[in-house]
Design a protein around this ligand. Structure first.
Ligand code: HEC
Length: 284
């Protein structure tokens, strides 16, 4: 009798997972909303709807240094945004992705327009489960319903940004303007593009560890109010950011993206400095 019950349970589980797998596509929806300006959404786009909005695209990519290439199939994000918002989303500075567990990352609109990522939903190879092996840290991770994937074969410069900009389990997309989403740390209405780029570089390379005005991570000291600016000056700041171990051998702060050339790193460091100096000057 007991045996029988176990068997039934097993059959039930098999059936459930079979029907889940079967239904998966039509259930994997993504919500598209905006920052109330465009009066769009929230719109729930399910798989069939996405399919009706745009044809699919295959994106080959490689993970970091490994020569192993995979191909992901999905919906080109630019097409999806165009059909929901028209052209207007392009005037926003960023697109914010929210994962099912609440993880958020915003990616500059300029980067999306330049590289046209897809909302990937499966590997081209039907034998591969749509997962990623984090090798211990979090185990095997489900990438679906949607994984933002970039063609880093056609654009090898993307490889140098490591894991930046590949959110998975995306459940929601929205448009943002820095001045409202980052009102404390980006209090500028009109701003020099170099300062915006400095802020984007700061967000990408520093914010996970350092807070400004309480916005950001806690691994390093809060950089606001900003004593290093006066204490370091631009040259020493650049030196610190490019090679912190040279000034403080014990520090755990990593050097600014060593994958870039020295020239690129210097330019980034000085844009970050420009941004911090502008923030320091602003009265907000
Ligand atoms: C992985 C975490 C991490 C990242 C990423 C990081 N830092 Fe740091 N940073 C630290 C830590 C920790 C310290 C404390 C210095 C020490 O170890 O003595 C620090 C110190 C500093 C200081 C000196 C602060 C002071 O008052 O002495 C500055 C300036 C600084 N970081 C700027 C930056 C900038 C700009 C970036 C991005 C390009 C950045 N950091 C990225 C962790 C980080």
């Amino acid at each position: 009798m007991k045996f029988d019950r176990n068997l039934r349970l097993a059959a039930l589980i098999a059936l459930t997972s079979f029907s889940c797998a079967h239904q998966k596509n039509s259930d994997q929806k993504i919500s598209v909303i905006d920052s109330k300006e465009l009066k769009v959404g929230p719109k729930d786009l399910n798989f069939e709807k996405l399919k009706s909005l745009t044809s699919e695209l295959e994106v080959p990519f490689t993970k970091g240094t490994s020569s192993n290439t995979h191909t992901i199939v999905g919906f080109p994000l630019i097409n999806v945004l165009n059909s929901v918002y028209g052209d207007k989303w392009k005037s926003f500075e960023g697109i914010l992705f929210t994962a099912l567990d609440g993880y958020k990352i915003d990616i500059p609109t300029s980067r999306i327009l330049k590289y046209n990522p897809i909302l990937g939903y499966r590997y081209k190879n039907p034998d591969l489960a749509f997962t990623y092996d984090s090798k211990g840290t979090e185990g095997i991770i489900d990438l679906g319903p949607y994984y933002l994937a970039w063609d880093n074969i056609a654009h090898p410069e993307l490889i140098r940004d490591g894991g930046y900009g590949w959110p998975y389990q995306i459940g929601q997309i929205e448009t943002i303007r820095y001045a409202s989403y980052y009102s404390k740390v980006f209090p500028f209405k009109k701003v020099d593009p170099a300062i915006r780029e400095g802020f984007e570089a700061y967000k990408k390379n520093c914010m996970a560890c350092h807070a400004l005005k309480d916005q950001g991570g806690q691994k390093g000291p809060q950089l606001w109010p900003y004593p290093p600016l006066q204490r370091f000056g631009r040259e020493k700041f650049t030196q610190w950011v490019l090679n912190p171990q040279q000034l403080a051998p014990q520090t755990t702060m990593p050097a600014l993206n060593p994958e870039l050339s020295l020239k690129e790193r210097r330019i980034l460091a000085s844009k970050i400095y420009l941004y911090l100096a502008a923030l320091h000057k602003s009265k907000n």
